[in-house]
Design a protein around this ligand. Structure first.
Ligand SMILES: NC(=O)c1ccc[n+]([C@@H]2O[C@H](COP(=O)([O-])OP(=O)(O)OC[C@H]3O[C@@H](n4cnc5c(N)ncnc54)[C@H](OP(=O)(O)O)[C@@H]3O)[C@@H](O)[C@H]2O)c1
Length: 261
């Protein structure tokens, strides 16, 4: 995205140390942005900064655990003046809810929802005043139906899609684009970190970060409310959106049972 009077717009990407966030940073650098790279692993962020600087991008490394209120507050301060915010950091957990560690579930809500809401709020004020900017919130295909064995994650992403669609509508006419990106299975570190048994998922359902990120950034440039990357995901997302939850949640439970037994 570019705006009159802005030579190299600045984009802040959360979760930039791996997976989709690393690729967002790369493609934003290629599209002429300077970057603020946010995640916990400073060494990985510094390595990415070294990779991106030859592309002409000036990179600032901001290591922060976004589930820690004091560290999140530092990122909120920094995001007030950026042109683009990509709320990408997130993680999932897998298993019957009552068997999972409630502190991890709470951290998941803090990262996927609370940090995203606070950063969006901090960024939007200045963007609306300046009359330009973009917020891309990374949600999930999991946001369209309840997810048995994935209950907290699906609920956090349902929040992200609903919240983003509403704010998208509020920002119409301000010059600020607000978009939810809803990927399906994508090859990153996500499945391993979430202990998701993904080996049974058919190959046709997988995407790679470059195509997912390109769809997200193109959608933000066009101020789409929701972007579902990939033809298979689009079909699944549209079916989920029009099918009663009583059916999708049961189907989800059956598919997961088959995949894990
Ligand atoms: N991959 C998929 O299949 C898939 C599908 C749909 C949606 N998504 C969504 O895509 C987004 C990116 O996930 P990914 O697939 O790229 O996963 P990933 O490879 O595991 O990357 C997650 C990123 O989030 C950062 N992060 C985790 N906890 C953090 C914390 N407390 N504070 C700050 N940063 C933190 C990680 O960095 P550090 O460990 O260095 O902090 C890492 O950079 C997530 O929101 C995820 O829900 C992924």
């Amino acid at each position: 995205m570019s705006w009159p009077g802005t030579t190299r717009p600045v984009a802040l990407v959360t979760g930039a140390s791996a997976g989709l966030g690393e690729e967002f940073s790369r493609q934003l650098a290629q599209r002429g942005h300077d970057l603020v790279l946010v995640a916990r692993d400073r060494a990985r962020l510094e390595a990415l900064a070294k990779e991106l600087e030859p592309l002409g991008a000036s990179c600032e490394v901001l290591d922060a655990d976004l589930t820690d209120p004091a560290q999140l507050a530092r990122v909120e301060e920094r995001v007030r003046t950026v042109d683009v915010l990509v709320n990408n950091a997130g993680f999932g957990s897998f298993g019957s809810f009552h068997t999972l560690d409630v502190d991890v579930e709470t951290r998941e809500i803090n990262l996927n929802v609370i940090a995203l809401v606070r950063l969006t709020h901090a960024a939007l004020d200045g963007m609306v005043d300046r009359g330009h900017g973009g917020v891309l919130n990374v949600s999930s295909l999991a946001s369209f139906q309840p997810g048995p064995s994935n209950a907290t994650y699906g609920a956090t992403k349902a929040f992200v899609t609903s919240f983003t669609e509403a704010v998208h509508e509020e920002c119409k006419g301000t010059g600020v684009a607000v978009t939810a990106l809803c990927p399906g299975f994508t090859h990153t570190e996500f499945q391993e970190r979430a202990s998701v048994p993904a080996s049974q998922v058919p190959g046709v359902m997988w995407q790679n970060p470059p195509e997912v990120v390109k769809a997200g950034l193109d959608g933000l440039a066009k101020n789409r409310a929701v972007v579902i990357p990939g033809a298979v995901n689009k079909v699944l997302g549209n079916i989920s959106a029009i099918t009663p939850h009583a059916i999708t949640r049961r189907a989800g439970a059956v598919v997961l049972k088959r995949a894990t037994h």
